[in-house]
Design a protein around this ligand. Structure first.
Ligand SMILES: Nc1ncnc2c1ncn2[C@@H]1O[C@H](COP(=O)(O)OP(=O)(O)OP(=O)(O)O)[C@@H](O)[C@H]1O
Length: 678
């Protein structure tokens, strides 16, 4: 079938005139249509076709870069035009558009960044927010920004350019979205092009990795070899080890046809992600093991079977102790339907759910919005950079708790990114509260430091470390550490025999620094760069993860580019571990802990009892005062990525903050706090 005929066979084609009429009539429209019905690829083309004189662009946002890129490729093929001309895409670190571009697929994060310099989004006539059901933090924030831009553009004659907004998904809570956009009308699109048969497990599965592998081989033994399989699992490590297991099992069997087993997760470099879209060699079955990154929007040709573990790795946040944890948990019904919808896109498909029907029934209908289970530090910085100075009263579709927002703003103030101004009942602003009775409100303004921090696509704590490194003259070193911390562990975990474990430990000792994990990671990075020509063998010998190290090098390059663009000199002071740790303190001073007794530490901020993680080079030492990057909870609460610091450094970096903390510390702490350990 040629592409034009194919487009006409999509369910959405039959209602295209009605859709355009509704879009013309209403400022906002909500479109609920089944997966594969043609929303993402067709709606922008219909709008472009019927409004070719339109001045502004049509933006279509996607929660993930891989979707933005592949959908743009498909649409430019359907329009028979070169990618980057009429249709283009824009994702972090990659802009494939030109002055001719009219249809722009982009990540929601990119549109948010654009809003910093263009809060009314004047470049766009139509903004389509796709896959809104995913409720990523970026989508939720964008909903507020787009709504406010739409209101301002409709009431202020100066702009003469109303903004059309379209929200789309196959599985959203339409009432909530419609209410948020002043009772916007909803168009329901029924029917899908190809059927997908869904099978549930008969019994509850205790080990979804084992069940996934068993199901893959059941299919592989019986189904034609050109029918590919997409499996949903939870995270990078689990996916990489499953890819390895399946490949080895298939090879060792000897009788089965070959398999091309590919991983897919967000941290994988873009080129590797796009590999899953390539056809497998003839006579070979493609099996893709993916996180939820492949859950929405994308079409991978050849996928006949979807295997859904029913699990996802997602964020959980408790503002009381400012703790954000990643946890594997069950998906929602809406996610299960999205995963099912990745089959049946070129012909009928089959979805095997590795959970029973009653387990499915007990799942929540929709995913809890990410904004309600995240630390809001980055969001608060971005919104303040957008000029929103009263976050507590910002029109969020799902309002985070005041506690979570206040924690984020207070932390940003401590990091020096924002400044608080108090307004009294005369309307006068003061940097300090004058008297409680007279204060009526306060607002936050971005500082020069905050403006610079907002340029980095990083947790603001890391951005702050980089900016302090600029002052201290150790930018190169801090960038390397931040890059390694931005990827999964660079140390190999798969050392299952005790002999191998000893060898791995011995190899690690080579990089180990008594100052802690950060300097150890810096040593690993530097050694990797020095041995790059023989990197594969070198990594094997040293029990290091080549893929993650390469990724870190890539991130390092991108961060260097941002520094250069922002006039931050790439200074180096490689032998000065104190300077480097001082720079780290400036971002992570809230993550300091002091030794108590019997290997136990207490965090200075929330007074939690924590231990040093066994993976740390400091596991067997007991420094009086440490800094950590994160807390992980298993059966105990551990600090991960730990470095030795001196309590005096904390006082030097943030005296106001630590003076108040000292008041709360017990006698033991007070005597320790001023002891400089090295
Ligand atoms: N890259 C591609 N290669 C081949 N076919 C594609 C591609 N992208 C889309 N299609 C075809 O177009 C159909 C419609 O895709 P589209 O993404 O527009 O649907 P959708 O309604 O937005 O689905 P979803 O809700 O799952 O994102 C798919 O089912 C598939 O048949």
């Amino acid at each position: 079938m040629n592409l034009e005929k194919f487009r006409q066979s999509l369910p959405i084609y039959s209602i295209r005139h009605r859709l355009i009429a509704e879009i013309n009539k209403n400022p906002t429209l909500i479109l609920l249509g089944e997966t594969g019905s043609g929303k993402t690829t067709q709606i922008p083309q219909y709008i472009y076709g019927s409004h070719s004189h339109m001045k502004g662009m049509i933006a279509c946002t996607q929660p993930r870069r891989v979707a933005a890129i592949t959908v743009a490729q498909r649409v430019s093929q359907e329009m028979n035009s070169e990618l980057g001309k009429t249709t283009g895409y824009c994702v972090r670190f990659e802009d494939c558009t030109s002055p001719e571009t009219k249809i722009k697929y982009m990540t929601d994060g990119m549109l948010l960044r654009e809003a910093i310099s263009d809060p009314l989004l004047l470049r766009y006539s139509v903004i389509i927010l796709d896959e809104v059901h995913e409720r990523t933090v970026h989508t939720d924030v964008l909903l507020g920004i787009v709504k406010s831009a739409q209101q301002k553009r409709s009431t202020n004659k100066k702009f003469h350019k109303p903004l059309k907004v379209i929200l789309m998904s196959a599985t959203m809570d339409v009432d909530e979205f419609s209410a948020y956009f002043n009772k916007a009308p909803v168009v329901y699109l029924e029917g899908r092009q190809f059927e997908v048969d869904v099978f549930h497990s008969v019994q509850e599965q205790t080990d979804y990795i084992f069940s996934s592998i068993a199901t893959i081989f059941q299919i592989h033994k019986t189904a034609p070899v050109n029918e590919d399989i997409l499996v949903f699992m939870t995270g990078q490590e689990e996916i990489e080890s499953t890819v390895k297991t399946i490949s080895e099992l298939n090879k060792s069997n000897g009788k089965l046809s070959p398999m091309l087993v590919l991983p897919l997760y967000a941290a994988l470099p873009s080129a590797k992600q796009l590999k899953v879209f390539e056809k497998a060699p003839s006579g070979c079955r493609k099996v893709i093991i993916s996180t939820n990154i492949a859950e929405t929007s994308i079409t991978i040709k050849g996928i006949k079977y979807v295997i859904d573990s029913g699990m996802i790795k997602g964020k959980l946040y408790t503002p009381q102790n400012n703790l954000e944890l990643l946890k594997v948990h069950k998906i929602s019904k809406s996610q299960a339907w999205q995963r099912t919808g990745r089959a049946g896109r070129e012909s009928s498909g089959i979805c095997y759910r590795l959970f029973t029907e009653s387990e499915f029934e007990s799942m929540t209908l929709n995913t809890v919005p990410e904004i309600l289970r995240s630390n809001l530090l980055s969001v608060a910085l971005q919104l303040t950079a957008l000029g929103i100075d009263d976050l507590i009263n910002f029109d969020f579709i799902s309002k985070p708790s005041v506690e979570a927002l206040t924690t984020a703003l207070n932390d940003l103030e401590l990091l020096g990114a924002v400044k608080k101004f108090f307004k009294d009942n005369n309307g006068t602003e003061n940097p300090e509260p004058v008297s409680k009775k007279r204060m009526i409100s306060f607002r936050y303004e971005l500082t020069e430091m905050g403006r610079k921090m907002a340029h980095f696509p990083l947790d603001p704590k890391f951005s702050r470390c980089i900016l302090s490194a600029d002052k201290l003259g150790c930018v190169e070193e801090v960038l390397k550490i931040v890059s390694v911390l931005s990827v999964d562990s660079v140390f190999h975990a798969q050392t299952n025999t005790s002999n191998k474990r000893d060898q791995a430990e011995a190899a690690r000792q080579k990089f180990s620094s008594a100052d802690g994990d950060h300097i150890t990671l810096l040593n690993v990075y530097k050694a990797f760069m020095a041995n790059k020509s023989s990197s594969k063998e070198w990594c094997q010998e040293n029990f290091l993860d080549l893929k993650n190290l390469k990724l870190a090098v890539d991130i390092n390059k991108q961060l260097k580019d941002i520094c250069t663009k922002n006039s931050i000199k790439l200074t180096s002071s490689s032998n000065d571990s104190v300077k480097i740790r001082m720079a780290l303190i400036s971002g992570f001073f809230m993550n300091a802990a002091e030794y108590q007794k019997e290997n136990e530490y207490k965090t200075m901020t929330s007074r939690q009892t924590v231990l040093i993680h066994p993976s740390s080079v400091l596991f067997n030492s007991k420094p009086a005062c440490v800094l950590f990057n994160e807390i992980v909870k298993t059966n105990k609460t551990y600090m991960r990525d730990v470095s030795v610091i001196s309590s005096n450094w904390l006082m030097e970096t943030n005296p106001t903050y630590f003076k108040s903390k000292i008041k709360n510390l017990n006698d033991y702490s007070l005597s320790n706090l001023n002891s400089n350990i090295r």
